[in-house]
Design a protein around this ligand. Structure first.
Ligand code: G6P
Length: 610
């Protein structure tokens, strides 16, 4: 959510900043801007629209120094327009600032500053911060101190980078709650919201902690707390390759990521599955092993797609380990004074590891002394660092805003976790071996689905003018219905609802007529017969039935208007397969409607504000 980048070094500045923004564009894409120096003065270029629009007005622009900042925005305060776009500057262009986050007390500070005679031109909270820094600078005559004093006054979250004419050879960055990474190159430093903007320059990075600032010059970097105590952060080496964040011949990142799933599921399993022992090795959980063994209850909290994965996790853990599980949206968990007992364990799931609500839920649980374990994709992200232990899902960078491969990797890891917990409890080795074997067969079965997508594309086209869609599933596939509906909404803008199939008759059935496509997730399992009755109920009301079924399902073949087959597997593993046709259905629908698939309107990949 908003991407910021700052650079100090010897490379040509404007194209470097633009490329950095493009790599982070999935974080926000309603406007973009950059500030550089020209003949000693700060020059700012900003524009409503995509980074390409900013590129069009800056491709001839040359910088006369080697320091600059840039931003791609996801609006929080004020419409997306040229004025509200970042960077924000002081009235006389002495300081220029980019910001990711929300300054909660900006209105009262703005009021005070107006009374003191300062003027504002935008509706943003960020402009208040840059003016506040100027106000302190006027007292202390030192940019670093002025930043520190201003940051001490504000409440909320920020990842910032700024340049000033006062000390033009310095780039200052700071964070609280929003991600910020320093890239440590040779004679150059970068600061960015995301590793994607850094890796083509250097793989050596420092993850800035909350309430830390960095002071960068061309040949030095210092990190300090905002209260001015120097810190010594470890330098990490990123293990991301450039090609992982490029489209590699696919039309969209989303399609590439859908097709990566047999590999990413393999990566999630690699080195963890002990097939002959019917067990799982999860190194990241070693130090919380006893806590898990004695857990009386597990709470899983997450947002968006990760929340849907958590719901599958609930079914998995309860079935295999018989530990009661509660799942809650992180945004609710954090504000509801949750009752937590000593023998509870909280799991948080997050692809980005930066979602503000999920991060706040981690803090909330930790403040109450509860053990918190992360299931995270992005290595070194805030959630990965602030949790007591964790399991990485190893899906690699996910760029498409609509999450796909992260979801199936989350489900894979949740299955590993449930098996691990089950084997700690009463799950037999025979049962364990059966699950472990089947899990290792999944990548092949994913591949099969991906080899025949024509049928799904045809169905997507046929129903692309529908105004509503209903997704129904039961048991393990109820959360898959939610995820299928979420995918379609996100990228095609068609209204879609996911429901437990049997609940349909308590409301959604009123919506069914001949124009309503209803997607049933109906693999062969113990409640298959029940779902057949739900299909009959839809047919009786002339709804159009699209069914995801196990191969060679003759019954559904006769009932449904369309069937999409997946290979047979254990019922507990079906979500990992059944969601893939739904991802493709959403993708091809959005493509038919000519939507901006990788950057759907109003959304952002990483929601670092509340
Ligand atoms: C945003 C994204 C979703 C994602 C959700 C949670 O809304 O658009 O795709 O599922 O955030 O993100 P997280 O990174 O915590 O999994």
């Amino acid at each position: 959510m908003c991407g910021i980048i700052g650079y100090i070094g010897n490379k040509t500045l404007t194209p470097l900043l633009i490329t950095g923004l493009k790599r982070m564009e999935y974080r926000g894409y309603d406007s973009a801007g950059l500030s550089i120096f020209q003949e000693g003065a700060i020059k700012t270029y900003k524009k409503k629209g995509r980074v390409a629009d900013l590129e069009a007005i800056t491709n001839e622009v040359e910088s006369t120094s080697n320091v600059g900042i840039a931003h791609t925005r996801w609006a929080t305060h004020g419409f997306p327009n040229d004025i509200n776009a970042h960077p924000h500057n002081t009235a006389n262009n002495t300081i220029s600032l980019v910001h990711n986050g929300i300054i909660e007390n900006y209105a009262s500070i703005k009021q005070k500053l107006i009374q003191e005679g300062y003027q504002f031109i935008s509706d943003t909270d960020t402009e208040v911060l840059v003016v506040l820094i100027e106000r302190f600078y006027n007292n202390v005559n030192d940019i670093e101190n002025a930043v520190r004093l201003a940051l001490n006054e504000i409440r909320g979250t920020f990842g910032i980078a700024l340049i000033s004419i006062y000390e033009p050879d310095k780039l200052i960055a700071a964070r609280r709650g929003s991600p910020l990474i320093l890239g440590i190159g040779e004679d150059e430093y970068l600061v960015a919201s995301d590793a994607a903007a850094i890796i083509e320059h250097t793989k050596n990075v420092v993850f800035l902690n909350d309430d830390e600032m960095a002071i960068l010059t061309k040949d030095s970097f210092i990190t300090k707390t905002i209260s001015n105590v120097q810190t010594n952060n470890e330098i990490h080496t990123l293990e991301i390759e450039l090609e992982q964040i490029e489209k590699g011949g696919f039309e969209h990142f989303m399609l590439k990521e859908i097709y990566e799933q047999s590999t990413t599921i393999t990566d999630a399993i690699r080195g963890r599955l002990l097939i002959d022992e019917g067990n799982v090795k999860l190194g990241g959980l070693r130090q919380v092993q006893d806590k898990l063994r004695n857990a009386k209850r597990i709470i899983i909290t997450a947002c968006g797609t990760s929340y849907n994965a958590a719901l599958v996790g609930e079914y998995l853990i309860e079935q295999l380990a018989h530990i009661p599980v509660e799942v809650e949206y992180a945004s609710e968990f954090r504000y509801r004074s949750p009752i937590l007992y000593e023998d509870d364990v909280v799991f948080v799931i997050s692809q980005s590891g930066e979602t503000a609500d999920t991060l706040a839920a981690v803090q909330e649980a930790k403040n109450r002394g509860t053990t918190v374990i992360g299931i995270v994709n992005v290595v070194g992200s805030s959630i990965a660092r602030y949790t007591d232990a964790g399991i990485y899902i190893h899906a690699g960078p996910e760029i498409g805003v609509a999450s796909t491969k992260a979801f199936t990797s989350q489900l894979t890891v949740l299955t590993l976790l449930a098996l691990y917990l089950g084997r700690m409890k009463n799950l037999s080795i025979v049962e364990g071996i059966k699950i472990a074997r089947e899990l290792s067969e999944l990548p092949k079965k994913v591949e099969e689905i991906l080899q025949s997508t024509d049928k799904i594309e045809k169905i997507a086209k046929e129903y692309s003018s529908s105004r509503n869609y209903l997704y129904l599933g039961r048991g393990f596939n109820y959360p898959v219905a939610l995820e299928g509906a979420l995918k379609l909404k996100e990228i095609s803008y068609i209204h879609a609802e996911g429901y437990p199939a049997a609940e349909m008759k308590h409301g959604p059935i009123a919506l069914i007529d001949e124009n309503m496509p209803v997607v049933f997730i109906a693999p062969k399992d113990e409640i298959y017969e029940k779902i057949l009755s739900n299909v009959e109920e839809v047919r009786a009301r002339k709804g159009k039935v699209i069914a995801i079924v196990t191969k060679n399902d003759n019954q559904m073949n006769h009932l449904a208007d369309h069937v999409i087959e997946i290979s047979e597997t254990l019922p507990i593993l079906t979500p990992i397969l059944s969601v893939i046709p739904l991802q493709l259905l959403a993708y091809f629908t959005a493509k038919e409607l000519k939507r901006d698939i990788d950057k759907p309107r109003n959304l952002a990949k990483s929601v670092t504000v509340e």
